[in-house]
Design a protein around this ligand. Structure first.
Ligand code: DAH
Length: 357
């Protein structure tokens, strides 16, 4: 009996977890355990022997049972200590201020532009940023030998040897969306196409990725006069100055004929730019009457339809409206810049509530 006691108390002391303890309990004091087997032997003993051995066996059973209970409690304490050691929380740390993100000026201005043109019946169209050189150039009357291609500093997509798909480029302007939309919906139509464009260029006013918005209105009797009215409406609403004057200067783009570069009225007062007053001019966009070849490429009959198009830089008009000096900072993701120039997320621009409260 002393051997049994030593054997089980040692096993209990060495048990490393609850399941090991349970195994020991079954083996020692379970129904078919060693102590129970010994108890069965009591029947073969003389009454005198039984009186000595019986209590001893009972005591042994009690001792093993309580050793197991004590060990179990010890294991649970150790597990709790371990959890407390690993799962601590410093309740004395100062609480973290809840900060809200801001709307980037490019997003804000895109919304403003969309709200103004929506009011004039234009819907928003989109196209892919990676496009074929056909959509980006050929369909816009810029054949491969044309100098405008070289001027664009185009990013061409890498092509594996043997890849015979048409060459793809990162679109250099939003004009390809004109083609895609005319192909899809036909004429008449009135759309603007805002989005990112890419050119290999980098300085204070150029970044390799920037944003443009393209405008396109096609119908049977659209003229340059409509273009001028739409643009003046737009600039007055956008810069929130009534009656901004525009100046059209003859220019050249392959996709329009005639073409004009458009300036808006401005002045400089104490080094500060004032839009919509004075007798200075600032160039803001390119425009013209859509070239018949462009209509044809997009499946629109140039003998039946005509219209105007324009393209302008979203980042550029954002810089002018909100007095942001350096374009590169738009894409630096500097939180201090974003908090300073960003817009509150619930300030959705619309014409009734005011564009830039
Ligand atoms: N696609 C021209 C560019 O990125 C901008 C432009 C000029 C668009 C005249 C037009 C347009 O639609 O008529 O330089």
């Amino acid at each position: 009996m002393d051997d049994l006691k030593d054997k089980y108390l040692a096993a209990i002391a060495n048990a490393s977890d609850e399941s090991a303890l349970e195994d020991i309990r079954v083996q020692a004091v379970g129904k078919k355990g060693e102590v129970a087997l010994k108890m069965r032997e009591l029947g073969k003993m003389t009454p005198e022997e039984r009186q000595i051995v019986g209590p001893k066996l009972n005591a042994l059973k009690g001792e093993i049972t309580s050793a197991i209970a004590a060990k179990k409690a010890g294991l649970a304490d150790a597990a709790l200590d371990e959890r407390l050691r690993s799962e601590w929380l410093d309740v004395t740390l100062p609480g973290r201020e809840r900060r809200q993100g801001t709307i980037h000026p490019v997003s804000q201005v895109t919304e403003e532009v969309s709200a103004i043109f929506a009011d004039m019946g234009f819907s928003v169209a989109e196209g892919p940023r990676i496009d074929t050189d056909w959509y980006n150039f050929d369909a816009l009357n810029i054949p491969s030998h044309h100098p405008a291609r070289a001027e664009m500093d185009t990013f061409y997509m890498h092509r594996a040897a043997g890849d015979d798909r048409p060459p793809h480029v990162l679109r250099t302007h939003t004009s390809p969306v004109q083609i895609r939309t005319m192909e899809k919906t036909g004429a008449p139509l009135r759309i603007i196409c805002p989005g990112g464009v890419y050119r290999a260029d980098y300085d204070q006013t150029h970044t390799p990725m920037f944003h443009q918005v393209e405008g396109l209105a096609i119908d049977k009797d659209i003229s340059m006069a409509n273009l001028k009215w739409v643009l003046e409406e737009f600039f007055s609403a956008f810069f929130e100055v009534e009656g901004i004057k525009t100046r059209f200067r003859a220019s050249h783009f392959p996709f329009t004929e005639p073409s004009a570069e458009v300036d808006i009225q401005c002045s400089w007062v104490d080094g500060q730019l004032r839009i919509g007053e004075g007798d200075g001019w600032m160039e803001v966009l390119g425009s013209g009457m859509v070239h018949p070849k462009v209509l044809q490429a997009a499946g629109v009959d140039p003998y039946e339809y005509q219209g105007f198009a324009f393209g302008m830089g979203i980042d550029r008009i954002a810089m002018l409206k909100y007095g942001i000096p350096d374009l590169r900072a738009f894409f630096d993701s500097d939180l201090r810049w974003l908090r300073h120039y960003g817009f509150a997320s619930l300030d959705q621009p619309n014409l009734h509530g005011g564009l830039s409260r």
